[in-house]
Design a protein around this ligand. Structure first.
Ligand SMILES: [Zn+2]
Length: 184
């Protein structure tokens, strides 16, 4: 029988941190997270750190654990907040509210739109544009945005740091995708 997403996350977390107790720095954050969610094989939570609130996420990609944290040392994951989130999940996976990405077609209300935009990364939308022959550079130029800035917005999202214009750029991508399909 296929493993559930929850069991898969658990076993990959255990393999990534093969210890029975988290390190001292991580320990004080275990169980202290809020806004806990799980979307498929990705879990996210927020925690109050030394310099504000951090967004921490762990995702199973090809049987390996990929992690990200918005704290200053966690850009590429593997900080103590990531370990703490992993142990929080092992302790009580049910505390993580399961959410599903909204499909674009079912978006009707502003809340739906917010759910949809949270469920799709800018990286994914830009790669969809690319399959239609639109480069990131061409897209950036057409909306009057510096291409380097677009790259920064894209990579920051993957590290749980969000620019205010992130949602608006995603909407611009959707507009592009829709209008190019209409030409067919
Ligand atoms: Zn961190």
């Amino acid at each position: 029988m296929a493993k559930s997403d929850i069991d898969t996350i658990k076993s990959v977390v255990k393999a990534h941190w093969p210890v029975t107790t988290p390190g001292a720095k991580a320990k004080r954050y275990v169980g202290e997270f809020f806004d806990l969610t799980r979307r498929g094989k990705k879990i996210t939570g927020k925690v109050e750190g030394n310099h504000g609130i951090y967004t921490v996420s762990l995702e199973v990609k090809a049987e390996r654990l990929s992690s990200a944290c918005s704290c200053y040392i966690g850009a590429y994951g593997n900080c103590h907040h990531c370990q703490a989130l992993g142990f929080t999940f092992l302790q009580d996976a049910r505390a993580f509210k399961a959410t599903r990405a909204k499909s674009l077609k079912s978006v009707r209300t502003p809340e739906d739109l917010n759910k949809y935009l949270n469920g799709v990364t800018l990286e994914k939308l830009l790669s969809e544009l690319k399959t239609k022959g639109i480069t990131q550079k061409a897209f950036a130029e057409s909306i009057g945005m510096n291409s380097r800035h677009l790259t920064s917005v894209k990579s920051c999202e993957l590290r749980n740091r969000y620019y205010n214009e992130l949602g608006a750029i995603k909407l611009a991508c959707l507009w592009f995708l829709e209008h190019i399909e209409n030409k067919k």
